[in-house]
Design a protein around this ligand. Sequence first.
Ligand code: AHM
Ligand code: MG
Length: 354
Amino acid sequence: MVDIEQSVDIDYDYSLDRDTTTLSRHVLQQLQSFSPDAQDLSALMSRIALAGKMIARRLTRAGLVEDALGFTGRQNVQGEDVKRMDVFANQVFISVFKQSGLVCRLASEEMEEPYYIPENCPLGRYTLLYDPIDGSSNVDINLNVGSIFAIRRQEGEDLDRKATDLFQDGHKQIAAGYILYGPSTVLVYSIGNGVHAFTLDPSLGEFILAAENIQIPTHGPVYSVNEGNFWQWNDSIRDYLRYMHRHEGYASRYSGALVGDFHRILFQGGVFLYPGTTKKPDGKLRLLYETAPLAYLAEQAGGSASDGTTPMMDIVPKELHQRVPLFIGSRENVELVESFIKEQKRSEFEASHD
Ligand code: AHM
Ligand code: MG
């Protein structure tokens, strides 16, 4: 006979346990410590989560409130048209970190120079690097967008406010992740101990653990690239795409928002690529707040990321808004693209030495 009381107890235990694994609890569990550093990271992640909730709230109401959709009429430092949501989301991160006491500087796609919060600087030696709205061309058509973030520890006093200590490789990141604003809002993060995903439960206002220690499949069917740039690619990338077209087992998926495309690959495998083009030889994506944070996640999940030849995590930026080609995802898929790039370099080398 079924013991109803016991089975009810078991169900409650399971669902309550699941519901109470919130992001901040998870961060502390990950660090297995209540040290000041662990408390800092937990507080930083809670602030990022708060920014994510505020942006998600605005996005869900974007068609209803004034001034949420459309362009501002301005261009950002990279010469791209700035959308109202870009400005709003950029400001959200600034205002949540003003209250944190922990972050001295923020650097984002939307600001030419880092933003300093002097009152935090004596104590808060962390820097937040972020893309407030990734894939912002999707906002006006109600498709998914994201926010990407990384945290680095400030090194030195930075008295001249040049933030040169940020020009170090991706291994200097102590945390990275993204928030995906899709049918639900999902936060994915790593603090160097695996990759974990949380789903926002709007009724609780909390990010609840959804998947722990995510592993990217070593091989996947998806290739994700803007094929409209075919005419602008070099031969190696064209050859790779021809290979994709001529072999069974591959599917093309491209949403126009890196975060969404990467999220699919994280769970299902495949490769995302944004190679250099004739108009943008270093591609479109930015190293410090787009490609390096996602590379950190990819490596933590057993995948890989490179610029075609060098591991993304090893690339040292020369400037804040540096762009870099990106090849990221399942290890075998990334290796396949890299093999085409290597082959072209080899034939170029041979031709120049004939
Ligand atoms: P954004 O951060 O200015 O929105 O630009 C980044 C986006 C990526 O999310 C996306 O993969 C890519 O740019 C799309 O660019 P394109 O339209 O050239 O394919
Ligand atoms: Mg972006």
